[in-house]
Design a protein around this ligand. Structure first.
Ligand code: ZN
Length: 421
């Protein structure tokens, strides 16, 4: 918004949605009136409201926890925007991360009638964002912006700013004269996975379990066709996790049933490996289970990808559903859905166990290598498994997102929801 104002050479008013409501009762509406009065006086101009969801949430009325102050503020905003004539020359821009919860009235013609979806930056966009943030940093001469952009798939602009800042801190801590490539790589790893804790005490038996868990993920994702290719696996404790695997998911707009099932299978590979290697399982698969449960739920209730439920979606894109008191399906269907979700996960788990049994020697070799080296890369996997059968040239594949798989600590007594994923 600031850039638009700059380009148009007009004044720019910026306010955050929460500022309207943090004041005393009754002040929100007054503040809105005041803002628009100023804007009209300074017209032509641009008004930017950040975090509009703070005031723009759906109005629900007191019955379901409505907030009078917020609703008054929103009503005032709607009224002010209606009051613009075609000759007012005030452009109002707002931003939110939660467009789904906004009140429908905000998006009607004459109000915010155009929406621009700002996606996460792609590689060349990330390179340009790096350009902005790197300007302030003393860089080693070999730093290549393309390289940095490639290492940060799925990062937002704020994440990239964070990487640059973190890299500078790491460089300073290591008494480097310049920020080096390795400082950037460490910063990226730290932001994705938390700080490495090399001297965290882990019992050897636990370390072995983590090695097999991660080796299980790696093995399955190597051997099933549609799983995301693996970049790196580590059993160095990091943040609140004991091990992690880095993947490069391919960019796709549609996902087939087979692809979802393969992904679920690979995610369950950690626990399956524990069963295959030790004959028992542990709490280390928490984040894996959380993820596959959500995926299976989505397959059945949102995407209509399950045979027994069929082509039905209970997803409500309008978000205006009034059925907040009950589910949109019968008790009987609810039971079927439960069975279906359980079946999907169970079948993929058994599939993972079977694959691991059949490749037990490779699983062992991989776990052993992990225990020796603590970090292994794609090349190490290739050494054990040979070239991956269905991998197109990895380097030519567009990169959109990095997923880090974490194994939460077994002994953690904290709220599992806080564990990073
Ligand atoms: Zn896992």
């Amino acid at each position: 918004a600031k850039a638009v104002a700059g380009e148009s050479e007009v004044p720019f008013f910026s306010i955050s949605g929460s500022e309207f409501v943090e004041m005393f009762v009754g002040m929100g509406a007054a503040k809105v009136r005041d803002l628009f009065k100023q804007a009209k006086e300074k017209a032509p101009c641009i008004v930017f409201i950040d975090e509009i969801d703070a005031i723009g949430k759906k109005r629900g009325g007191a019955a379901i926890g409505g907030n009078d102050e917020r609703e008054n503020t929103l009503n005032q905003l709607l009224t002010e925007m209606d009051g613009f004539g075609t000759d007012t020359n005030v452009i109002v821009i707002a931003a939110t991360n939660r467009a789904d919860i906004l009140d429908k009235a905000l998006m009607r013609a004459g109000r915010f009638d155009r929406s621009i979806y700002v996606d996460l930056p792609e590689m060349h966009e990330r390179r340009e964002i790096f350009d902005v943030h790197l300007a302030k940093i003393k860089l080693a001469p070999d730093i290549d912006r393309d390289f940095l952009a490639k290492q940060t798939p799925g990062f937002s602009g704020a994440d990239i700013a964070n990487v640059c800042n973190e890299a500078a801190l790491i460089a300073a801590r290591n008494n480097h004269e310049f920020v080096t490539k390795q400082d950037f790589l460490d910063a990226v790893d730290r932001i994705i996975g938390g700080l490495e804790k090399k001297n965290k005490a882990i019992k050897p038996s636990e370390k072995k379990r983590v090695a097999f868990h991660e080796a299980g993920h790696a093995t399955i994702s190597w051997l099933v066709e549609h799983a995301a290719p693996l970049l790196k696996v580590t059993i160095v404790p990091r943040g609140r996790s004991l091990g992690a695997a880095w993947y490069l998911p391919e960019e796709r707009s549609l996902t087939t049933t087979e692809q979802m099932l393969d992904e679920i299978c690979a995610t369950l590979g950690g626990r399956a490996a524990e069963e295959v290697a030790f004959g028992n399982i542990s709490t280390g698969a928490l984040s894996d289970l959380e993820r596959v449960t959500k995926q299976a739920q989505a397959m059945v209730t949102i995407y209509g990808l399950s045979e027994n439920i069929g082509n039905i979606s209970y997803y409500d894109s309008s978000g205006q559903s009034e059925y907040s008191f009950g589910k949109p399906y019968s008790e009987e269907t609810a039971k079927k859905i439960d069975v279906e979700i359980k079946d999907i996960i169970e079948n993929q788990y058994q599939r993972a166990v079977t694959i691991l049994h059949e490749n037990r020697d490779k699983l062992d070799a991989l776990a052993q290598k992990l225990l020796e080296k603590e970090v292994i890369f794609r090349e190490d996997l290739e050494e054990i498994f040979g070239k991956r059968a269905w991998d197109p040239e990895l380097t030519e594949r567009p990169v959109t997102e990095a997923v880090v798989e974490n194994t939460p600590e077994n002994t953690s007594s904290e709220d599992p929801q806080e564990s990073q994923n």
